[in-house]
Design a protein around this ligand. Structure first.
Ligand code: NAD
Ligand code: MG
Length: 391
């Protein structure tokens, strides 16, 4: 029996993970499941899987969670410290599927206890790549990618020497607005940005796909995970989302990972690694697919890509700044306080402010410094947006 925990169990990735685990319950001993506001889902899954503990991130929902778990034998807990305590419970395999920088601290704690960390939460590597890799190495813990592109690269690299890699190409669907006239983007609504052409995902990552902030995070994630140079990382628009990534080698070979857009492949690969097991994903019929298309991304449409290059070159804590500013700008777009194209300009301005203050981005990468930087970047983003609103 493998002991497994799922952080962000009630979300899109979390539910897909539970779908796989619930197909073979005899193989898994479920330690912790965590969620936030969806108490009914969290409690139902914790009961069904017989978890030791269920945790809501929201302190004020503890009573609700206790009531929903009454008589089940599942312990209830709430709040940030409870999340960290749950991550410290011994487990063999931990899914990191909280959305945003909130996923960082529980993931680090899971690595400290030596668990294999299946990383859907890309923000972890964007904010604190060096710290996360060091923590894994020090504790003999393993990181496995769950982001579909990074799982694809990981799979293309099996048996290969990273020194023989010339380039990594991360594909992008182009999101909801890939065919819109650029001049119309300023008027894009929340509902329009929240619909993805190919993937069913949480709302935040779906909007980040429309702006390509998601791809920007993934480029940074690629640099951190695989330790390649920024100039080796490319992205290309591939509207069908069938090829998830390609790895180009020094001899000119290009290895592509092809499959339908279903996250249960990447989750299942990480769950069963180093084995491969049967997974409930559609088998591609290439004759029916018939055509795959590609085009170069336009940085005028997707300024987030240019900012990602800037962050990859800059290093240090710039990833934490970039992500935090992006999270606040996204909050503001969701709340209807700023427009779609304002998100990128807010993030760019925050990066500029940090660059202007010596020492901020080059502080040593400790959890404390990452969290302080995250906090300061959110404040600066809020300040910029308040000032713009006042004009
Ligand atoms: P989601 O919004 O569907 O779910 C997020 C989960 O995190 C929920 O369980 C929610 O309760 C929890 N959560 C939210 N705020 C929290 C907080 N402050 N503290 C603790 N828990 C909190 O998101 P998702 O689409 O499942 O994405 C999860 C992560 O996986 C993100 O980092 C995303 O970028 C990444 N990812 C998702 C997909 C996908 O297909 N959905 C693909 C690749 C990577
Ligand atoms: Mg992805």
């Amino acid at each position: 029996m493998r002991r497994v925990s799922i952080f962000g169990a009630t979300g899109s990735i979390g539910q897909n993970t539970i779908d796989l685990i619930a197909r073979a319950p005899q193989d898994y001993d479920v330690v912790a499941l965590t969620g936030a506001g969806n108490i009914a889902q969290l409690a139902a899954d914790a009961r069904r899987l017989g978890a030791d503990v269920a945790v809501t991130a929201y302190d004020d929902r503890l009573d609700d969670l206790r009531a929903a778990l009454k008589g089940s034998g599942v312990a209830a807990a709430a709040g940030h410290n409870a999340l960290i305590e749950a991550a410290a419970r011994p487990a063999d395999w931990v899914m990191s599927a909280i959305v945003g920088a909130a996923g960082l601290a529980p993931g680090l704690t899971a690595l400290e206890q030596g668990a294999t960390l299946a990383l859907a939460n890309k923000e972890t590597l964007v904010c604190a790549g060096g710290l996360v890799l060091d923590t894994a190495a020090r504790n003999g813990a393993r990181l496995l990618p769950v982001d579909s592109e990074h799982s694809a690269v990981f799979q293309a690299l099996i048996g290969e020497d990273i020194a023989a890699v010339e380039r990594i190409i991360i594909t992008a669907s182009g999101g909801a607005f890939r065919d819109w006239p650029i001049k119309d983007l300023a008027k894009a609504t929340l509902a329009q940005a929240s619909s993805h052409p190919n993937w069913a995902m949480g709302q935040r990552i779906t909007i980040d796909s429309a702006s390509m902030f998601n791809k920007a995070l993934e480029l940074i994630e690629t640099k951190e995970f695989f330790g390649v140079r920024p100039e080796q990382i490319e992205t290309i628009i591939h509207p069908e989302s069938m090829i998830h990534a390609l790895v180009g080698f020094v001899d000119g070979a290009l290895m592509a990972h092809v499959g339908p857009p279903d996250m249960r492949h990447a989750i299942g690969f990480a769950l069963h690694w180093p084995e491969r097991r049967d997974l409930p994903v559609e088998r591609l019929d290439l004759a029916r697919v018939s055509q795959l298309n590609f085009r170069a991304p336009d940085e005028a449409r997707y300024p987030a890509l240019r900012l990602a290059r800037q962050v990859m070159e800059r290093g240090g804590l710039s990833g934490a700044v970039f992500n935090a500013a992006k999270e606040r700008a996204l909050d503001a777009f969701i709340a209807g306080r700023i427009g779609f194209v304002d998100m990128a300009s807010v993030v760019e301005e925050v990066l500029g402010q940090f660059e202007a203050e010596a020492g901020l981005i080059d502080a040593p990468m400790s959890l404390d410094n990452v969290l302080k930087t995250d906090h300061l970047a959110r404040k600066k983003a809020d300040g910029i947006m308040a000032e713009r609103a006042g004009k």
